[in-house]
Ligand binder design. Structure first.
Ligand SMILES: Nc1ncnc2c1ncn2[C@@H]1O[C@H](COP(=O)(O)OP(=O)(O)OP(=O)(O)O)[C@@H](O)[C@H]1O
Ligand SMILES: [Mg+2]
Length: 442
């Protein structure tokens, strides 16, 4: 994959290191063209790639192609830039582009399957994990829907690229150590779990030439504590045996997600000096992680919303520890704008030209149309609210705007909400949320 003719995916080039300064990167980048093929389409991937490539690189109108010749074959096409952002149209301003990279993929529609493990003492099985085949329809579009400050998504993709490069070149891990373990920590509702799911999905489709498919195994930490003492260690062992079975296929990328890793660590701390079932579980997990992280096709993703409580043993193992905080005003703008555009697309809110570039708008170097200024002032008020709360606000705004009163929910009666009414209601929904929070803080 990293042959000399083709630059590595989205890897930045022209790394200039000026003395005493942090490395400077140029804007030159690769544009990733992600082509989601319909599951029923029998077209060969290489043929489809060639057709899209010719169209993109000759400037042919893609919409006509997608509505016409490629209608039966293609579900969607996205263009991913260096910062992890994505659009549905080829980038216009592409002087800095150093190449295109095409990824044709089909999504799996079977969803997350429960992995059950039998307990020995009882005819009882435990839902120890959930396993998705990747790329999965469940996570299509998730990466694009997550909005973080500049650099977050980019650094994640770079981390994995470097990991893959080291493995592929056979770099001796005794000389350059990397653990394939990532820890996301931060307050509740900031998108940590979603980011792990989205990253796993994105990697499987971007690394399509290295892996045929992938798995996301989401471990249910709580389920590992058997009510039978001494059984828990065995449960962990059996669960990892299942994972090893998946890792045995070198054409599969296996992402293991241990969500809320603090629940394991907290259990170990609670038991003080007494070796207990909880200690056994955590030790068993750590030993198993050490075993599988040496394998080339594994990535371990962990999350926690209480950093202070995470076992140091976990923290030490993570190569990348990333704090995911509440969205900045700019990210809040992106999240709310995304929700508003979706409601406009579905003809619930009237169309409005809400501009995209928050920085230019805030600096007044770009004219603001429609309700753009209103949305900027709303986003600025949202400092401290989590992504989870922000995603709920447009819904609350609709309730406030009176949609649904008087039986207007029936589609034929439904009136499109004028955009100024919607954004006015969104503004008061934010005020109400902030006032409620103040009361709870007291
Ligand atoms: N930065 C963000 N951009 C867009 N959506 C977000 C963001 N942060 C959170 N969300 C939305 O909020 C919801 C909750 O996110 P998620 O469960 O990933 O958060 P979390 O950090 O894992 O929370 P917790 O710590 O409580 O487990 C998701 O539906 C997600 O789409
Ligand atoms: Mg979570």
């Amino acid at each position: 994959m990293y042959d000399s003719e083709r630059p590595a995916p989205s890897m930045k080039v022209d790394l200039k290191v000026e003395s005493g300064d942090a490395p400077m990167y140029s804007d030159a980048h690769i544009v990733h063209v992600e082509i989601c093929q319909r599951s029923k389409s029998g077209m060969k991937k290489s043929v489809l790639e060639e057709v899209v490539k010719n169209a993109v690189e000759s400037g042919t109108d893609l919409k006509t192609l997608l509505d016409g010749d490629l209608f039966e074959a293609v579900e969607s096409i996205r263009f991913g830039g260096v910062n992890g952002d994505v659009s549905n149209t080829p980038p216009v301003n592409s002087e800095n582009r150093i190449g295109w990279q095409y990824h044709v993929y089909k999504v799996d529609t079977s969803g997350g399957q429960l992995e059950d493990i039998e307990e020995e003492k009882e005819e009882n099985s435990v839902h120890a994990a959930k396993n998705w085949i990747l790329p999965s329809a469940d996570f299509e579009g998730l990466w694009e829907s997550l909005v973080f400050d500049a650099g977050v998504k980019e650094s994640l993709l770079s981390y994995v690229e470097v990991t893959m490069l080291l493995s592929e070149r056979g770099v001796d891990p005794n000389l350059v150590t990397w653990n394939r373990v990532v820890l996301f920590h931060g307050p509740p509702g900031t998108g940590k779990t979603s980011l792990c799911q989205a990253l796993s999905h994105k990697l499987c489709l971007r690394l399509g030439s290295r892996f045929d498919y992938g798995h996301l195994v989401e471990i249910n930490s709580h389920s590992l504590f058997s009510k039978w003492f001494s059984e828990s260690g065995k449960l962990v062992q059996r669960m990892f045996e299942t994972i090893e079975g998946l890792v045995d296929d070198p054409r599969a990328l296996v992402c293991v997600l241990i969500d809320e890793v603090e629940s394991l660590a907290a259990a170990r701390n609670r038991c003080g000096n007494e070796p207990s079932d909880a200690t056994r579980v955590v030790n068993a997990v750590l030993t198993q992680l050490d075993n599988i992280k040496r394998l080339k096709n594994v990535l371990i993703l962990t999350t926690s919303n209480v950093t202070g409580m995470i076992d140091l043993a976990f923290v030490d193992r993570a190569d990348l520890k990333k704090y995911i905080g509440p969205p900045s005003a700019e990210a809040a703008y992106g999240i709310l704008r995304g929700s508003a555009l979706e409601l406009m697309k579905k003809r619930i809110v009237a169309h409005d030209n809400i501009c995209a570039d928050f920085k230019k708008l805030a600096a007044k170097s770009q004219a603001a149309y429609g309700q753009t200024e209103k949305l900027i002032s709303i986003a600025e008020k949202c400092a401290g609210l989590s992504g989870r709360t922000l995603r709920k606000l447009p819904f609350l705004a609709m309730v406030k705007a009176g949609v649904g009163s008087g039986g207007s929910l029936a589609a034929e009666n439904m009136q499109i909400i004028p955009s100024e009414v919607f954004f006015g209601a969104l503004d008061s929904a934010v005020d109400e949320e902030l006032a409620d929070r103040k009361k709870l803080d007291k």
